[in-house]
Design a protein around this ligand. Structure first.
Ligand SMILES: [Zn+2]
Ligand SMILES: [Zn+2]
Length: 127
């Protein structure tokens, strides 16, 4: 395989990836706009109000966590600020995507210590 081919492949992948990304953004933009028409620009959790440039921080949350469930009456949507949205998802641990802006939210506590790691083996041995 020549280096040109490899580069062309990478380009193709990038193109497909960009397309998927664009598609998702387009879809999100659509339901976000709809949601912003239906609901007041207030975070449903913390009650903060958003206007002008800061409106970008207000995101659409899907109550059933299904991005494809977008009823036009907005019954599956909830407007949440980035921070509350983050909270909501760290609680449910699902894979819904959104732009997280909370600094340090990706930090995980160090958990290499497993107090019951040897217990399983011990119980099996005794059987
Ligand atoms: Zn909030
Ligand atoms: Zn959400």
């Amino acid at each position: 395989m020549s280096p040109e081919n490899t580069r062309a492949d990478a380009d193709k992948y990038n193109q497909i990836f960009a397309e998927i990304q664009r598609d998702r953004e387009r879809r999100e933009k659509t339901y976000r706009e709809q949601a912003l028409k239906i609901y007041p620009w207030i975070c449903a959790r913390c009650g903060r109000e958003f206007t002008g440039k800061r409106l970008r921080e207000l995101t659409v949350h899907h109550k059933d966590h299904n991005h494809n469930n977008n009823p036009s009456d907005g019954s599956n949507w909830e407007l949440l600020c980035l921070y509350c949205h983050d909270e909501e998802h760290s609680f449910y641990q699902d894979e819904e995507s959104y732009e997280a802006a909370a600094p340090g939210s990706e930090q995980k506590p160090p958990s290499t210590y497993q107090p019951f790691a040897g217990l399983d083996a011990l119980l099996k041995k005794k059987k």
